[in-house]
Design a protein around this ligand. Structure first.
Ligand code: GLN
Length: 453
């Protein structure tokens, strides 16, 4: 019944929202029947879920919203998808995103954008706009996202939903189509902090098939969310990042954030200002590191191994097949990143760009470590602005990159961070971000759940 209700909801609203690239009706009904027969148990048995189209799903189309993967059906499941299946969740389908997870608005999907259910003329965030919109439109109660620079948290913020980026290595990347391997982190999207914690616990933990997976159990995020829901934060010290206080944040976002800070103080938290001087360089460092890794990762899309292949009608060499395939298969933002990355990694420029960015990354990590000696968690708005109208930030790539100003430092460091709704500005949702030390995922859930209490 629950599955059918969600499939019906998708059939009614998704023509307008376009959260899904593929709905797996038969697969969902089959999985739901298995739960009915008592074959699966546990807290998520029978709960429908939507999965970002960047996760490999056996036999189910997986495109990363790119033309280059059109028609590809993976022969295997990502570890996370396998764990979701074992937990008895019912996969409804695959959600829309910016091509290869590069973007902040879902406008870079090769299959057309997703609309924000709060205002269909506005973006749902990105790159995981489809997963967040599916939650906000009640097409799914849970979803999976991936966060390389903010792609779980920023869509969460602008759609009024919850999105958590786990500690890097706390969730498996096996079967995730790689964008920037040292940053990519799968994680939960939900409508409440408690739901996000349940999903996090189900998908997280060590995976021998991912060499950067942490060989430790996930901290008890479910208990932490329950503790936070009691609304008592006495003894908890929170740090306001001084460098995030400057211009560029919309006044309405700042006001909603400030109100929530006061609410946390009322619950007993102590709030102090903390300086993280290198956070200012996070965006430029990210836009060298992420494109560099992407230029290497995306080399595998060569017209031979997966999906699209151009040039069958006359290409004279393998190189020509590759070049024609990549010309036709990749969108403009993906090409831009590959070119920037190849340039930054080329001999003679490596030290000046990629090498320099890696040093900045270390300095940002040290800022986090110093901050967490003073406070339990850092807090900020998730994103400087609310959902913007379609087309308003596509002309200048830098304007789009600014959406992740507050989320990117966490990815460079590798710690966990969560976005939780904190009111509205001009009738549109605002997100509150809680950042915690690596493997301190439980801490961020406690603070986020208190905010919801
Ligand atoms: N918006 C950022 C980018 O375009 C982050 C993307 C992500 O987290 N996948 O790279």
């Amino acid at each position: 019944e629950v599955t059918t209700a969600h499939l019906d909801r998708i059939a009614t609203v998704d023509e307008r929202v376009h959260a899904f690239l593929h709905v797996d009706r038969e697969g969902a009904l089959r999985a739901a029947e298995a739960v009915d027969r008592g074959e699966k148990s546990g807290p998520l048995a029978g709960v429908p879920i939507a999965v970002k189209d960047v996760m490999a799903t056996k036999g189910v189309p997986t495109t990363a919203a790119s033309k280059i993967l059109e028609g590809w059906r993976p022969p295997y499941d990502a570890t996370i998808v396998e764990r979701l299946r074992d937990a008895g969740t019912v996969m409804l389908g695959k959600t829309n995103m910016d091509e290869f997870a590069m973007g902040s608005s879902t406008e870079y999907s090769a299959y057309g954008p997703t609309s924000n259910p709060w205002d269909l003329g506005r973006i749902p965030g990105g790159s995981g706009g489809g997963s967040a919109a599916a939650l906000a439109a009640y097409e799914a109660p849970l979803a999976i996202g991936t966060d390389t620079g903010g792609s779980i948290r920023q869509p969460g913020a602008v759609t009024g939903t919850v999105g958590a980026k786990p500690t890097y290595g706390g969730t498996s990347r096996y079967g995730l189509i790689a964008f920037s391997s040292s940053l990519d982190t799968p994680g939960p999207c939900a409508r409440t902090v408690a739901d996000a914690a349940l999903l996090h616990a189900a998908i997280g933990g060590h995976d021998v098939r991912d060499s950067t997976s942490i060989p430790q159990p996930v901290p008890d995020v479910v208990a932490a969310a329950r503790l936070g829901a009691d609304g008592d934060l006495s003894g908890v010290k929170l740090g306001l990042v001084k460098e995030f206080a400057g211009d560029g944040t919309e006044p309405g976002v700042r006001a909603a954030f400030q109100e929530s800070v006061e609410a946390l103080v009322k619950l007993g938290a102590e709030v102090v200002e903390v300086s993280c001087p290198h956070f200012t360089y996070a965006l430029p460092a990210y836009y060298l590191i992420a494109p560099s890794e992407c230029s290497s990762n995306l080399a595998r899309f060569d017209g031979v191994r997966y999906g699209l292949r151009a040039g069958d009608d006359g290409a004279r060499s393998l190189e020509e097949v590759m070049s024609l395939t990549r010309e036709a298969g990749f969108g403009p933002e993906v090409k831009r990143r590959i070119i920037i990355g190849a340039y930054a990694l080329s001999s003679g420029y490596y030290d000046a760009y990629y090498g320099q960015a890696q040093k900045v990354r270390t300095l940002i990590t040290r800022d986090f470590q110093a901050a967490f000696e003073r406070v339990d968690a850092l807090i900020s708005p998730t994103t400087p602005f609310v959902a913007f109208p379609f087309g308003s930030r596509t002309a200048d790539p830098y304007q789009m990159y600014l959406a992740d100003l507050f989320t990117i430092p966490t990815n460079l460091y590798g710690g966990p961070a969560i976005s939780v709704p904190c009111g509205t500005s001009e009738g549109l949702p605002v997100g509150f971000q809680v950042m915690a030390p690596t493997m301190g995922d439980d801490r961020m859930y406690r603070v986020a759940a208190a905010l919801e209490s």
